[in-house]
Every structure is written in structure tokens, then in C-alpha cells.
Design a protein around this ligand. Structure first.
Ligand SMILES: Cc1cc2nc3c(=O)[nH]c(=O)nc-3n(C[C@H](O)[C@H](O)[C@H](O)COP(=O)(O)OP(=O)(O)OC[C@H]3O[C@@H](n4cnc5c(N)ncnc54)[C@H](O)[C@@H]3O)c2cc1C
Length: 371
């Protein structure tokens, strides 16, 4: 019997995860990508596979399953990745209160609260002066998104026979037909994983979907000297107000009130700081959050200064020489859901809106959806 067939639109992390999950299920898969290689959100991020941001339960399980898939694919392909764990530094008593409540309520076995001295042992970048403690999590992994997203298609082709057609825009879908360039293709199933370009296909579906865009400003340092190693990926108090794992904690409300007085500009621009180091020793830093369907194409140095200023409150590196600036845009749900899954017609599935957690969640999510 012939294998069922599937077409996936988009070779970002969501499209790659869909293609893998469908191929594992026995589908004959073809992936269309508009560009000669994917250049969207999936290569513009920190490369942080960050389960600590997900609440214990099915989202944490999904993140851990994603990490497992990442690890096995990257190991098989010989692509750089590093299990670093993560540290979230607390420098205010109100931040410590949130971490303590998290530890009481979340219950995962891989997280623990460290004293300032213990935290500095995990990362030489943390400023000991004024540090009260840190949340350590053992789960986090760093991938190099530029390398991983570029190289994974070759492994997926070799391992599962997935066929990639790069440099080809899909301009219309009407199941079972898919038009790309001047050609018509067809498949039993079509999976649309188009990221922030959600206006082109099924515009009427997206017009009414609870989904928007978010632009983030990012920076990268030159390689740190003498193979200096940051140890864990880093974040600090402001990150607590951005991730689901902490959102229901009672102690978050007083912290937010404190931040409103202390960091009004940071809150207005969604500034918090995440830090990851890649295999070449470069450090990726960010970020800011600007929401809307029509985003400012230009970056603001004043916002990068807010990021660097906040970074300097809790961390330092041997060298902070910025080598690159860029921005990235992801699609995000506006109704509080972790992703948008639509079925605009039988045989067509849209998966989008994973927000700031797509690198952490996609492999696990798509496996669940395909199942
Ligand atoms: C700056 C930044 C930092 C982030 N940091 C992290 C992090 O550290 N950890 C984490 O878990 N998540 C992070 N995220 C979130 C994560 O990167 C996104 O959730 C994820 O990359 C979204 O993947 P995607 O495949 O939906 O989108 P994309 O990566 O944008 O891919 C969509 C692809 O579809 C293609 N496409 C669109 N329409 C068509 C069409 N009609 N025909 C053909 N091709 C088409 C596009 O060219 C594109 O390559 C970050 C995001 C940003 C922007």
C-alpha cells in the first residue's frame, strides 16, 4: 500500500518538527520553504531549550520530550549543543520570595534554590555582590539555532527520506492541492507552519484567529577570550514576569508592583534579559518585546541600552563587545494559549503562535498533534 503523503509549509522549527513527526508516523513528507534556508524566528533566537519556563505538568513534559528529540537528532548529526542547566538570579527579597514559592509549589525534582555562593560556583558571570540567591534548573540545553536549523534538514532527509524544496513560496492551498511557484502539488495532509507570515495562506482564518506578532531586539558579543565559559544560561528577576512557570504564584503580584516603580521603561518595552553562550564562545543577549500586526522595522539603541543596563546589574563577562545586532519576530497567541492549532478545511492543519517558547516546545507539540 502507498504511504500517506504530507506537505509541510515552512522549514522553521515548527515545520521541521511537523515533518519529523509525520515521517516517524509513516508519511511521505515534502517541506516547502520560501527562502534558500530558513531565516525566520527559528534562527534568530537564543537557542535556549528552556523547560524551567514551563509549569510542571503536561507543558513541562512536552518541553522535556522536545529536549530529548533535540538531543538525539543533534547528536546523530554531529551538530553542536550543550546541556548547561540554567540560573535565574535574585537580587531583591521580592524576587527571592517568588523563587521560594516556586520551589514550594512546582515540585519538579530538577530545580533547586542556590545560595549566592553556590550560584556563583555554577556561573562565573554572576555578580556576587548583592546577589541573594538563584533558581538552578538542571534541564536546560543550548543549541546554536543558526547551525541547527540550517543543518537539520540534511539529517531529516537522510534519516526519514523527507524531501525539502527550498526557495519556493507556497502561494495557495486548497486541499489536496498546494501551489508553489508555477507548480501544483498535492498531498493527503497539508501542515502550515508559516510563523510570522500568517497573512498569505488562509488569510480569513488568521484574520479571526487570536494571534499577533512580537518583535524582539537581540545582540551578540564577540567570542569570549581564553575559552571563557559562562557555565549555565542566565536570567534574572524580570524574566519571572514573562514565563508561564511563574505566572500563578501569589508572590508575583507584589514583585510586579515593585517593578512598576523601579523599572517602568523596562516594563513598557517588555525588557528582560536572557543570556546564552554558543560553541564559539559568543554570547547572545536580549531582549525587548513589541507587539502588533505592523511592527517598527527599525531597532532602537535606547532599548538595547536598557538590556545592557539590566544585564550589568546581575552579570559580567570578560568582554562585552557587541558584534551583531538583529531583531526577530514570532507569532503569539492573544488568548493565553500556548499555540494556535487551526483546521481551516479537512486535511489541512495550521500550527502557529508558539511565542517565545518555540525552540523549547515544537518537537514535543508536533509529536502530540500528529499522534
Ligand atoms: C529573538 C527571539 C528569541 C527567541 N528565543 C527563544 C529561545 O531561546 N527558546 C525558545 O524556546 N524559543 C525562542 N524564541 C521563539 C522561537 O524562536 C519561535 O517560537 C519559533 O522559532 C517559531 O518557529 P516557526 O517555525 O513558527 O517560525 P519561523 O522560524 O519564522 O519559520 C517559519 C518559516 O516558514 C516559511 N514560510 C512562511 N510562509 C511560507 C510560504 N507561504 N511558503 C513557503 N515558506 C513559508 C518562512 O520563510 C520561515 O522560514 C525566540 C524567538 C525570537 C524571535
Amino acid at each position: 500500500m502507498a504511504k500517506p503523503s504530507a506537505i509541510v509549509v515552512g522549514a522553521g522549527i515548527v515545520g521541521l518538527a511537523a515533518a519529523r513527526a509525520l515521517a516517524v508516523k509513516g508519511y511521505d513528507v515534502t517541506v516547502f520553504e520560501r527562502h534558500p534556508k530558513a531565516i525566520g524566528a527559528s534562527i534568530r533566537n537564543f537557542g535556549m531549550v528552556w523547560p524551567i519556563g514551563q509549569p510542571n505538568g503536561h507543558l513541562y513534559t512536552r518541553a522535556m520530550r522536545s529536549r530529548e528529540i533535540w538531543k538525539s537528532l543533534l547528536t546523530e548529526a554531529g551538530i553542536w549543543h550543550r546541556k548547561t542547566g540554567s540560573l535565574l538570579a535574585a537580587r531583591l527579597p521580592e524576587e527571592m520570595a517568588v523563587l521560594e514559592e516556586f520551589m514550594q509549589k512546582d515540585g519538579r525534582s530538577t530545580a533547586r534554590l542556590l545560595s549566592a555562593a553556590q550560584a556563583v560556583e555554577q556561573s562565573p558571570a554572576l555578580k556576587a555582590d548583592g546577589l541573594l540567591g538563584a533558581l538552578w534548573s538542571d534541564d536546560e540545553m543550548i543549541v546554536d539555532p543558526r547551525e541547527a536549523i540550517r543543518l537539520l534538514p540534511a539529517l531529516l532527509t537522510e534519516k526519514y527520506g523527507i524531501h525539502f524544496i527550498f526557495g519556493q513560496v507556497v502561494n495557495r492551498v486548497k486541499h489536496p492541492a498546494v501551489w508553489a511557484g508555477t507548480q501544483r502539488y498535492q498531498a493527503d495532509e497539508v501542515w502550515i507552519c508559516s510563523g510570522q507570515d500568517f497573512e498569505t495562506l488562509y488569510p480569513e482564518v488568521f484574520n479571526s484567529a487570536p494571534i499577533t506578532k512580537c518583535k524582539l531586539q537581540m545582540m551578540r558579543t564577540t567570542a569570549q577570550p581564553n575559552n571563557w565559559n559562562i557555565g549555565a544560561s542566565l536570567s534574572a528577576g524580570l524574566t519571572l514576569i514573562h514565563y508561564r512557570a511563574f505566572e500563578n504564584l501569589e508572590s508575583l503580584a507584589p514583585l510586579k508592583t515593585l517593578y512598576a516603580a523601579r523599572y517602568p521603561e523596562h516594563l513598557a518595552h517588555g525588557v528582560h534579559v536572557l543570556v546564552s553562550q554558543n560553541g564559539m564562545g559568543e554570547i547572545t543577549l536580549g531582549d525587548t518585546h513589541e507587539y502588533g500586526l505592523h511592527l517598527d522595522p527599525f531597532d532602537q539603541q535606547s532599548l538595547n541600552d536598557l538590556v545592557l543596563g539590566y544585564l550589568s546589574e546581575f552579570a559580567m563577562f570578560p568582554e562585552i563587545k557587541i558584534a551583531e545586532y538583529w531583531n526577530g519576530t514570532y507569532a503569539k497567541c492573544t488568548d493565553g494559549n500556548t499555540e494556535y492549532v487551526g483546521r481551516p478545511e479537512p486535511g489541512v492543519v495550521v500550527v502557529n503562535g508558539l511565542g517565545g517558547a518555540g525552540m523549547t516546545m515544537s518537537f514535543g507539540l508536533l509529536e502530540e498533534l500528529v499522534r
